[in-house]
Design a protein. Sequence first.
Length: 321
Amino acid sequence: MNQKTIAIFALPKVQLLDIAGPMDVFSEANRQVGKEIYKTILITPTDEPLQTCCGLRLLPDYAIHNDLPQVDTFLIAGSPFMVDVQANQILIRHLTEICRSSRRFGSICTGTFLLAKTNLLEGREVTTHWAFIEQLKDAYPYLNVNNQAFCVQDKNMFTSAGVTSGLDLALTLIEQDLGVETARKTAMHLVTLFKRQGSQQQFSDSDGPTSRGKVVLNDLSVWAKANLKQPLNTRLLAEKLGITTRHLSRIFSKEFGVSPAKWLESMRLAHAKKLLREDQLAIKQVAVECGLSNEQVLRQLFVRNLRISPVEYKKLYQYKL
């Protein structure tokens, strides 16, 4: 197999793990097969050392305006500040050209925001860090944003969720190139999971969809959170506001983009996650505190939204059950 050049592009204040994580995965894959299948390079906007968000400075292999080697896979790393980046058109043109000339391209974490500026993503499925999902949807409404997956493939484009999900992306590429066994052995040596259970939403602290500004819905949200232990439903929410269920559904569709029932479900899920992380309550009691009829309903809620059971979620955050 011919050597494959994996290029990672990064801006100043990049998250170091977005670079180092995938690069270490590709390096370990080389060790597993006993050949230098992957050559990793770092590309930056200029020839100057790159300042990462943790303070370390990295020496780039190339500035983006240099003559670059043939790139097999081009990835854009993320940054805690990526949402606010105002990239100039010269940079965007270079990024677009590299994406088009590469066999595969994609992004790590919030790198999706910069990748989207190339206009190569219209109608395609992508993901990013869970904390920036809604901002990505607002900024690029033509994208099909997946808020669950750790890594998303859409044809020859790969995007990953927050930070450590760059490892998932790299392992996915290795699996496609070198097979399941090599990818599995690479993950084992790095003491990471080859195929993670659940979804990135298990790390989110979000209470769910938020209103775009109606005070009455903000008040309803406060009331619902205080009464989640009760068997709340769409009818009770409508009665609280003194309107019909049909009118309530129209308001929720406009302000939240979801139905009242789905909104309540997201609030119950957020509360259950908090209880499982911070309290020593039994699973049955957590279901009661969230206004659910039994443990099975709670389990269905977690599996449907997080692809992981309440027991498994609790084990992630508590050393003792």
